[in-house]
Ligand binder design. Structure first.
Ligand code: ATP
Ligand code: MG
Length: 576
């Protein structure tokens, strides 16, 4: 492709809202184009890289026996009602009506649709196992679309679904997909970690997220350097503090603690450690119609953080059915007092207590009375819970839930996730097969997603410098850029054209920068666009010499144009 002909508009300035490198660089290179918040289009270079990621995915899916199909993004509400997710998915689900008032949604994911295909087409155990996938546009009306392709409202996802006879077979399908994902993200040039994950709105039993390590990532992961424990902090189990069952229970005592609304204030005031206190968090919950249906008070040790995902799982409600409570309003019903709420004497609200609190003795908690706390609060004697569960966050330095060594934290971008669904969808939607004895059995399912557009952003996040993108060869929009310094110079133009044609003949994807621009502009653009190999044709052309430079290295070399062609071909074939 000749740059003089290409539809390319690079930008010097980008909108303020672009805060992270991938968003800034994808806009500056003109690879993506914003339409409205969270909705982007792709210009020629951007679309080429997207297709490369898709091709890598296709090759690895096909290698595991996956079969590509393509279903519509428009999905009838009836299927979502069958699975029970029409409500459960909440406001992220992009709902619409047709002219007759019939409900539809734009698919955020396709479990219902694929289950429907298979329950219709598959009858016999002979037709299983089956692995179907698609690469398709998804819609999620995200509360906070941001960071460009990272969290958008329209995005491209590869989603696969496996259908097996037994749970053992599902284990094999899951391992296959896990293996394929490791290959895909490696080929995309990403540094990543697979970690255990929560199953969220998709459901099922086991799950792993594939996290591309990055400081700007929204996923937080906890891992152990001593063993192979690695999990999202949402999912990571916590070790409870050692039980103090043998410690004598002291008498409950009310103390005046004026103005001490936070754990820090009250522990300073009473000269005790934060781990001798109880922290309260108050929530309101909503029913299927979005009406308030109750209050929840969650209690963790004062020095701990509440883990919202664990709380939601303990309550067995969807994420959008709970919110922080208006304390004044909640106080009228439950007797709680903002900043001074404790578990003793609370009424008319669900009490969820972290799993370590029952084992701890003589803690300090709010007295449900302004400016007062209670000392020597003990579980069982002074308060009880509706639910006792691990609802705390695993923090860096806490003991590893597997081996006890201090855990570390890292941030990352979730580029893919795999789930063992089991029979969640086949039971709710009636997807059976007939076994060898002609008996109906539920099909056992798994599902596996990759954010294709988010993967593109993650690659840029991990591969750039202050001058621009540094594409790994495998996903670069073009492999080589030939920079023609002076298009008016006949010799230079001929040499450049010769290299361009020589590379094209060998199947190398090559750009020829033949624009009438100053050399400085061309070099800047080449760096910005991040094409892995740059061959510069300038003054040396009269002697058959050109400059050979890799985007990822600082050094340049003067070599003959034949050598430059040979070297580029070799490198592209090794790395593409
Ligand atoms: P997140 O926790 O980031 O919201 P998710 O866990 O809800 O993502 P999945 O349902 O697992 O996402 O979807 C599969 C993949 O699709 C994710 O691993 C991610 O790469 C991608 N993805 C999900 N939501 C978005 C989005 N809003 N924009 C871009 N990619 C997304
Ligand atoms: Mg996910």
């Amino acid at each position: 492709m000749k740059l003089s002909k290409m539809h390319l508009k690079t930008l010097r300035e980008v909108p303020n809202e672009a805060e992270i490198a991938s968003h800034i660089l994808l806009l500056r290179t003109g690879m993506i184009r914003k339409l409205v918040s969270g909705v982007y289009g792709f210009m020629p270079l951007g679309w080429r890289s997207i297709r490369k990621i898709e091709d890598i995915i296709r090759q690895e899916m096909d290698a595991k026996g996956g079969q590509e199909i393509h279903m519509s993004a428009v999905q009838p509400a009836e299927l979502w009602m069958e699975s029970g997710r029409w409500f459960k998915y909440g406001p992220e689900l992009w709902r619409l009506k047709d002219r007759n008032g019939r409900d539809f949604c734009l698919g955020p994911t396709h479990e219902e649709i694929f289950t429907d295909v298979v329950r219709t087409d598959v009858n016999s155990y002979r037709q299983l196992p089956l692995n179907l996938y698609q690469i398709q546009t998804k819609y999620r009306d995200e509360a906070r679309p941001r960071f460009g392709l990272m969290r958008s409202r329209e995005f491209i996802m590869k989603d696969s679904y496996s259908f097996d006879k037994t749970y053992e077979d599902l284990d094999n399908s899951y391992d296959d997909m896990y293996d394929a994902y490791e290959k895909i993200f490696t080929r995309c040039g990403l540094t990543f970690r697979p970690v255990e994950a929560d199953t969220g709105a998709i459901g099922g039993s086991n799950s792993h997220e594939f996290t591309a390590l990055s400081e700007v990532g929204e996923s937080e992961i906890a891992y152990c350097q001593n063993c192979d424990m690695a999990a999202t902090t949402e999912k990571a189990l916590c070790v409870d503090a050692a039980s103090e069952a043998n410690v004598a229970e002291l008498q409950l005592e009310e103390v005046h603690t004026p103005g001490t609304k936070t754990i820090e204030e009250v522990s300073n005031f009473l000269k005790m450690n934060q781990n001798q206190t109880i922290k309260a968090l108050l929530f309101v919950t909503y029913d299927d119609n979005g009406d308030e249906n109750g209050y929840v008070a969650a209690f963790v040790r004062g020095d701990r953080e509440l883990n919202m995902i664990k709380l939601i799982n303990a309550l067995n409600i969807p994420e959008h059915a709970i919110e922080f409570a208006d304390e004044a309003k909640m106080a009228q019903v439950t007797g709680c007092v903002g900043g001074f709420t404790g578990p003793v004497g609370l009424h008319d609200c669900k009490i969820v207590v972290d799993s370590e609190l029952p084992g701890l003795k003589n803690l300090c908690a709010g007295a449900c009375k302004v400016d007062y706390h209670l000392k020597n609060v003990n579980y069982g004697r002074d308060y009880k819970a509706d639910i006792v569960a691990d609802i705390k966050m695993l923090k860096a330095g806490d003991p590893c839930p597997v081996c006890g060594a201090p855990v570390k934290h890292a941030r990352g971008i979730e580029v893919g996730q795999v789930f063992k669904l089991g029979t969640k969808y086949s039971e709710s939607m009636g997807a059976y097969y007939k076994d060898e004895n002609q008996k109906d059995q539920f099909i056992v399912m798994g599902c596996y997603g990759i954010g294709v557009t988010r993967t593109l952003a993650a690659i840029v996040e991990q591969h750039h410098d202050e001058h621009g993108i540094i594409w790994p060869m495998s996903v670069a929009p073009y492999h080589v850029i030939v920079t023609l310094v002076n298009p008016d110079d006949k010799v230079q133009a001929e040499v450049a054209e010769g290299i361009y044609q020589g590379l094209l003949r060998e199947g190398v994807e090559v750009l020829l920068d033949d624009r009438n621009e100053r050399p400085g502009v061309k070099f800047k653009d080449a760096d910005l666009l991040g094409i892995p190999v740059r061959i510069t044709v300038g003054r040396g052309a009269v002697n058959g010499q050109v400059e050979y430079k890799l985007r990822r290295e600082a050094d340049k070399e003067e070599i003959s144009s034949d050598d430059a062609i040979a070297r580029a071909i070799k490198m592209v074939n090794e790395e593409k």
